[in-house]
Design a protein around this ligand. Structure first.
Ligand SMILES: Nc1ncnc2c1ncn2[C@@H]1O[C@H](COP(=O)(O)OP(=O)(O)OP(=O)(O)O)[C@@H](O)[C@H]1O
Length: 276
């Protein structure tokens, strides 16, 4: 049986604004411990919505309904009295856009540790900041300018700084939402190399548009289509021996886009009904 750090049980997410959109439709998944799982699928299939619902990040926007559950190391993420910041500490999130805090390089990493009071002395804080900058392969590039603003770094360096900030509070799971797609190819490669180094030590769930990146990095693949899981498998089996017809088409590079609403009334798209 899989040793799963994170599981979902018939998790469903519906946007209830001007129109109802069933973005994630009753998804049950297991994310294995200390492995990198890539969530892939065509644009609009619900990848980001699924990722954000894993640590309740979607709750920062109005008009979202959720049912089902997420379990982190045996404890419900939804049916709990734990404060949401505590949940998001245990399940970290790195967004697509590299976003430094308006603080120094050092303080960007120290930030969460200071908030959660998780250091014993200044020397301990220094050690932790260095440890996590090393983990993301950034220490040697910044050790002589730790007091400089984080925003002065290159975008690839900032994204690694954001990874260090997330890792410093020792999350049980790390969510990565297209973390290389806003970067130039060289920066994207350095961030990808960092994820490759981290993945045996952390449970990582990553959304990516890049099949090549999923092939290079992922241990496990979840293929979503129209808010449902079409296929999930270890990466080698998924790419070399896809089972579902939809997966075969997707892997072969076909059927990539969810049809546009305006093209065809009968076309497949996330279930949308007008607001009552
Ligand atoms: N805040 C929102 N309000 C209403 N509908 C939304 C909202 N966010 C996403 N959606 C809809 O939910 C569906 C899933 O969107 P989501 O962003 O999760 O897909 P995705 O697979 O991550 O897309 P992409 O690959 O383009 O980033 C889409 O139909 C989208 O239009």
């Amino acid at each position: 049986m899989t040793d799963a750090a994170l599981t979902t049980d018939t998790l469903a997410v519906t946007y209830t604004g001007n129109r109802r959109v069933e973005a994630v439709k009753g998804v049950s998944l297991e994310f294995p411990r200390n492995q990198l799982t890539a969530i892939i699928g065509p644009s609009g299939c619900g990848k980001s919505t699924l990722l954000k619902s894993l640590n309740r990040l979607h709750e920062i926007q109005p008009n979202v309904e959720i049912s089902g559950d997420v379990t982190l190391n045996g404890r419900s993420v939804y049916d709990t009295d734990d404060p949401i910041p505590e949940i998001r500490k245990r399940i970290g999130y790195v967004p697509q856009e590299p976003t430094p805090l308006p603080l120094s390089i050092y303080e960007n990493v120290a930030y969460g540790l200071r908030i959660h009071g998780e250091f014993e002395s200044d020397a301990d804080l220094d050690d932790r900041v260095e440890r996590y900058l090393r983990k993301v392969n950034l220490w040697e590039e910044v050790e002589d300018r730790l007091d400089a603003p984080g925003a002065e770094l290159s975008r690839g360096q900032i994204q690694r700084l954001c990874l260090a900030r997330s890792l410093a509070v020792e999350p049980e799971v790390l969510l990565c939402d297209e973390v290389t797609s806003a970067l130039d190819p060289v920066s994207a490669e350095t961030v990808e190399e960092t994820l490759a180094d981290l993945k045996s030590e952390y449970t990582i769930v990553m959304v990516t548009h890049s099949m090549d990146q999923a092939r290079r990095l992922a241990d496990e693949i979840v293929f979503l289509y129209l808010g449902e899981v079409v296929e999930t498998n270890d990466a080698t089996s998924f790419f070399e021996n896809p089972q579902a017809e939809r997966t075969k088409e997707f892997v072969a590079g076909h059927g990539v886009a969810v049809p546009d609403d305006s093209d065809d009334e009968q076309s497949e798209k996330p279930s949308v009904t007008p607001e009552q």
